[in-house]
Write a protein that binds this ligand. Structure first.
Ligand code: ASP
Length: 582
């Protein structure tokens, strides 16, 4: 037996017991006649004491050779600690060592393995196994485990069955590039790794599984902007004989359960908002509603004067920044520079200071009088003391820019509190989205999403206006889940593929199996998937998913620890009939 207790277990009640512990040497203080060692494992730290007068000499000598991160096993008597440490769970006691065995030596670690470390991100990732020994990382992995278990328990109690689906499959259109895997046994042919188990879960519904879920890896080869990972985990679900309302209820229930179980946060019903409303009020389909600053459209009150910039704009829109009237010229210039950065792309920003005395001072006083500006204040909900920031231009772009400014201000002003949770359903998404690059419509969610009843006909006349039975769950300004009611008949599905530009042959080759299945009694069905990594990060009060992944990849999609991706050798290439032309 390697140990009788772990390093977080010993208390005053164990005094005088002889115990055996094992773990890593966190640090050692050698006073010559006395040596103290902090022994660490996943459960905590126990102080060991080696005392010239009470510890056998050979043990004392060996103790002097212990370095950081040596793996040791010790046996001794639990004694009362002279200077107790109330901050440590085991702080009342220490272990007077009688026997010591070095189970394994360790090189000096490249960074300190303590809560605050001197190791930079790159170094910590290269030696991630050492990083995981640190409390902040270890605790995040344990937190993730708690969330996963709570998800499994909740869904299982609701009658969901966890079914595994294959990883070596064919392309699934979730809008990214596929990772592909060459097949040795089928020369010249490739599998694609699933961007999601979308088609399989639909087939499980045809198979009568009724309620499916899976905590599953998904793979998307896309540019890794904004904290994405090429492989990530979804809580993937599908249900048969359901309408949108049924799905929202179940997953609102799951989210409430997680908020309560994992972070002790209780909330009544989740608010809902249509996509159009979210775009109009927040310029964003995943608004952070923990704070206000809702958009006020100013077209009718700002487009009647000689200010050409506004008159020629499709949209003039503003937000009221609470307390912003006190900003100095320099602070306002900083905001203007911020919106003009290429990443945001605004051409400029008009502002109005709403003075405490009810008067206004704006950057466009030449064109607008006090009465005009009072209307702007009304439209944006600005109060005396606020600053109105106004952007103008093409509608979608301008909304996106103002939304970026709103979020930036939310961050700067500390309004995005990590211990507050504001879930929101966004519903009635458009079915299609215009893609500038290919100059055609794409499925906004994916091609299996059903249009709202009676809207299919609109596809030919006004495709951009067709709304889908699609919904997203937003939490604190992040999309944590999304799904839809699916098409479940062959005719509508082929019409959709046709509309999205698939030829009959392409549609048949890629998704023939699904359309075939629809001919054998497919039940009405729908579902959704939550991004587990992000959900866990937000519940944990953070926004970077990497911290909650045991072995994450860097921004270039590399695992710097195992050094992947990597070249494969000639023999392997030959066997796969592949030639690298680089
Ligand atoms: N497969 C979808 C996704 O990965 C989720 C769904 O529609 O259920 O976003």
């Amino acid at each position: 037996m390697y140990r009788t207790h772990n390093n977080g277990a010993l208390r005053a009640e164990h005094i005088n017991e002889t115990v055996t512990l094992a773990g890593w040497v966190q640090k050692s203080r050698d006073k010559g006649f006395m040596i103290w060692v902090d022994l660490r494992d996943r459960y905590g730290i126990t102080q060991l004491i080696f005392d010239e007068e009470r510890t056998p000499k050979e043990v004392m000598d060996l103790a002097k050779t212990l370095g950081r991160e040596f793996v040791i096993q010790v046996t001794g008597k639990v004694i009362e600690r002279e200077s107790k440490n109330a901050k440590m769970a085991t702080g009342d006691v220490e272990l007077l060592v009688e026997k010591l065995e070095v189970l394994n030596q360790a090189k000096t670690p490249p960074f300190t393995i303590e809560d605050t470390t001197d190791g930079g991100e790159d170094l910590r990732m290269k030696y991630r196994y050492l990083d995981i020994r640190r409390n902040p990382v270890k605790e995040k992995l344990i937190f993730r485990h708690k969330v996963s278990i709570a998800v499994r328990n909740y869904l299982s109690e609701q009658g969901f069955i966890e079914v595994e689906t294959p990883y070596l499959i064919k392309s699934t259109p979730e809008g990214a590039r596929d990772f592909v895997v060459p097949s040795r046994m089928n020369e010249g042919q490739f599998y694609a790794l699933p961007q999601s188990p979308q088609t399989f879960k639909q087939l499980l519904m045809v198979g009568g599984m009724d309620k499916y879920f899976q905590i599953v890896k998904c793979f998307r080869d896309e540019d890794l902007r904004a904290d994405r990972q090429p492989e990530f985990t979804q809580i993937d679900c599908e249900m048969a004989f359901v309408e949108q309302e049924d799905i929202l209820n179940i997953f609102e229930g799951l989210t409430k359960h997680l908020l309560k179980e994992v972070v002790g946060f209780e909330i009544e019903n989740f608010p809902r908002m249509t996509y159009d409303e979210a775009m109009a009020k927040y310029g964003n389909d995943k608004p952070d509603i923990r704070f206000g600053m809702e958009f006020g459209e100013l077209n009718t009150v700002a487009q009647h004067k000689d200010f050409k910039v506004f008159n020629s704009a499709e949209l003039v829109v503003g937000i009221a920044v609470p307390g912003g009237a006190g900003y100095t010229r320099k602070e306002i210039d900083k905001l203007i520079d911020w919106v003009k950065r290429p990443q945001v792309g605004a051409l400029g920003m008009v502002y109005v200071k709403c003075n405490e005395d009810g008067s206004f001072k704006s950057s466009v006083d030449k064109f607008y009088d006090q009465e005009d500006l009072a209307k702007w204040a009304e439209a944006t909900g600005a109060k005396p003391g606020d600053l109105i920031c106004v952007l103008s231009g093409e509608s979608f772009k301008t909304r996106t820019q103002l939304s970026a400014l709103r979020m930036e201000l939310g961050n700067q002003m500390g309004l995005r509190k990590s211990d507050e949770f504001a879930p929101l359903w966004v519903v009635d998404f458009p079915l299609l989205e215009w893609d500038e690059e290919t100059e055609r419509y794409h499925a906004m969610h994916h091609p299996f999403t059903s249009p709202k009843p009676g809207q299919l006909e609109l596809l030919d006349t006004n495709p951009g206006a067709v709304k889908a039975n699609a919904y997203d769950l937003v939490l604190n300004g992040n999309e944590i889940g999304g799904g839809s009611i699916r098409i479940h008949d062959k005719e509508t599905q082929s019409k959709m593929f046709d509309y999205l530009g698939f030829t009959k042959e392409e549609a048949q080759a890629q998704f023939g199996f699904l359309m075939d299945a629809f001919q054998y009694g497919a039940p009405p069905h729908g579902g959704l998937a939550f991004g587990l990594d992000r959900l866990v990060a937000i519940l944990g009060g953070q926004e970077t998913i990497r911290d909650f992944i045991a072995f994450p990849k860097n921004n270039a999609g590399r695992d710097v620890m195992i050094d992947a991706p990597a070249k494969i050798d000639e023999a392997q290439l030959k066997e796969l009939n592949l030639k690298v032309t680089l």
